[in-house]
Design a protein around this ligand. Structure first.
Ligand code: HEC
Ligand code: HEC
Length: 453
């Protein structure tokens, strides 16, 4: 797989990570959270039209120096250059936002009991909450995730102002894209299929992207901006663009205690917003709450859904197909990158092997949580399967003898062993996967577009 841009992006992110460790603005954000809430409220009432007085909120108090200060800081941190709205030629711009008077609740969302204990404990699976990738320095705050939401939907932050994160991560498609490959700002195709973001907060390895090239979510969220196909920005132009927007100072002040706009803060806020995308209200969750063991029939399920659950969750000794060995636990998320035998070798896409250079990682991929999976066709890292029926056919008869296949997928006599299923079983597994859909979550206004068109 040729990913010419990934090397460059990694280098930039590495540079950024050094800076991020040095500055510790998140502490300030936490202390100031209560203040921030009230600032946010009044800011929202004023319809976020910060307008000309954006500079007034700057601590320097110097009229002209105000705007410059924020931009310069970013530039100095990143490469010692000078960057602000003026030098990069960004004209001030504005947009109308509709934000609630009282902020939406993102922080400390109540979690169902089954997220906190693991009743089956197979294959080293532990409670879902134990695989939370939230770092101590960036807990979710309501004001931080609110800023993250605005950044996530802001098309102004791509080179020609046509694409936002949400262009490729649409709530109605489980925060993924219905296109096989997504379109970037200039009409180019992304290298891989967009990933669903539901439950991205929980993954033991804590790495991001199909090939796990991002070490943390805080690193990951700045990469799409800098991707030459996706959004076509640099950290410098990104900082300058955000600094020229009239609606950001108040949002940054609410989130971080002062209106300084930096790419580091953008990373923290976006990561908070993405981590808040946790589904707890699917038909599966409703049923799971009514039984003590996941393998028991759920009273709210049809016979077909219960059969599908049995096939998905149980080992062969209990009549199952062992999907759960890989997509395990209450997040239905793999424990590490692996291969499900899409191809016999890694020549098309090395996946995680591209990152580590290890033979044992060649052609292995992260599989995003299967929550909301029914909403996000097409499937797999290259979007090769148009629907769930095609996915199930693959597991039933299409598994290729990739040398990195791991249990429960085996190679015997040079051939991959298939998870053979009858037509009834295939239909049942699909019915079960649909119980992982959570429309209440994907339609929750707190994840919707805040920009007024
Ligand atoms: C032009 C389409 C596009 C845009 C714009 C885009 N993404 Fe993505 N996103 C993708 C694709 C494609 C992947 C998978 C890429 C890969 O693995 O190589 C992805 C992967 C991700 C992942 C990894 C999920 C996981 O579980 O590992 C996250 C998180 C993410 N994007 C968040 C964002 C954010 C935040 C933004 C805005 C700053 C954004 N994306 C903008 C297409 C896009
Ligand atoms: C050996 C581990 C393993 C087993 C067993 C396994 N899977 Fe997967 N699954 C994966 C991996 C890895 C991916 C991502 C592969 C890729 O895109 O390269 C994946 C992807 C998927 C996807 C697509 C996810 C998306 O966002 O595109 C679905 C749906 C799925 N698996 C369902 C199942 C079902 C149903 C079973 C049982 C019949 C099963 N899996 C068994 C490892 C496994």
């Amino acid at each position: 797989m040729k990913t010419p841009h990934s090397v460059k992006t990694l280098a930039l992110v590495a540079a950024f990570t050094l800076v991020a460790t040095a500055g510790c603005s998140a502490d300030g954000a936490r202390e100031n959270n209560t203040d921030a809430q009230s600032t946010m409220d009044s800011a929202a009432t004023a319809d976020m039209s910060v307008g000309e007085d954006g500079t007034e909120q700057n601590d320097t108090g110097q009229d002209d120096a105000g705007q410059d200060d924020a931009g310069q800081d970013v530039a100095t941190e990143l490469d010692g250059g000078v960057t602000d709205a003026t030098t990069v030629g960004e004209e001030p711009y504005d947009a109308k936002l509709k934000l609630p008077q009282t902020m939406f609740a993102y922080a400390n969302q109540p979690l169902p009991a089954h997220f906190k204990t693991e009743t089956m404990g197979m294959h080293g699976q532990t409670a879902l909450v134990d695989d939370d990738n939230t770092p101590a320095h960036n807990p979710i705050t309501n004001a931080g995730a609110t800023l993250g939401r605005v950044l996530f939907y802001d098309k102004n932050l791509s080179q020609n102002r046509t694409v936002a994160c949400a262009s490729c991560h649409k709530p109605e498609f489980g925060f993924s894209d219905d296109r096989v490959l997504s379109k970037g700002f200039d009409g180019g195709d992304t290298a891989r299929h967009s990933m669903g973001l539901t439950q991205a907060r929980y993954y033991r390895v804590k790495r991001f992207f199909w090939d796990q090239r991002a070490a943390t979510l805080e690193d990951q969220v700045l990469m799409p901006f800098q991707d030459p196909v996706e959004m076509g920005m640099t950290l410098k132009t990104l900082a300058a663009r955000a600094n020229a927007a009239k609606y950001y100072p108040a949002l940054f002040k609410a989130a971080f205690g002062d209106p300084k706009i930096t790419t580091e803060r953008m990373s923290l806020a976006l990561a908070q917003f993405v981590r808040s995308m946790v589904s707890t209200g699917s038909k599966y969750d409703e049923g799971r709450a009514k039984v003590t063991s996941r393998s028991a029939d759920f009273p709210n399920f049809t016979a077909e859904e219960n059969l599908g659950k049995k096939l998905f969750v149980n080992p062969p000794t209990m009549g199952g197909k062992r999907c759960f060995t890989c997509h395990g636990g209450e997040g239905f998320v793999t424990m590490k990158a692996t291969t499900n035998g899409l191809d016999a070798d890694a020549s098309k896409d090395k996946g995680y092997g591209e990152v580590t250079g290890q033979q044992s990682d060649m052609g292995t991929f992260k599989a995003p949580s299967l929550r909301n999976v029914a909403l996000r066709a097409p499937y797999m890292h290259d979007g090769r399967f148009k629907d769930l029926a095609a996915v199930i056919d693959h597991y039933s008869s299409g598994i290729q003898p990739n040398p990195n296949l791991a249990p429960p997928l085996f190679i015997s006599n040079g051939k991959a062993t298939q998870l053979t299923m009858t037509a009834t079983e295939k239909k049942a597994i699909i019915a079960f996967l649909k119980t992982l859909t959570d429309i209440k979550m994907t339609q929750d206004p707190k994840f919707s577009d805040p920009f007024v068109k």
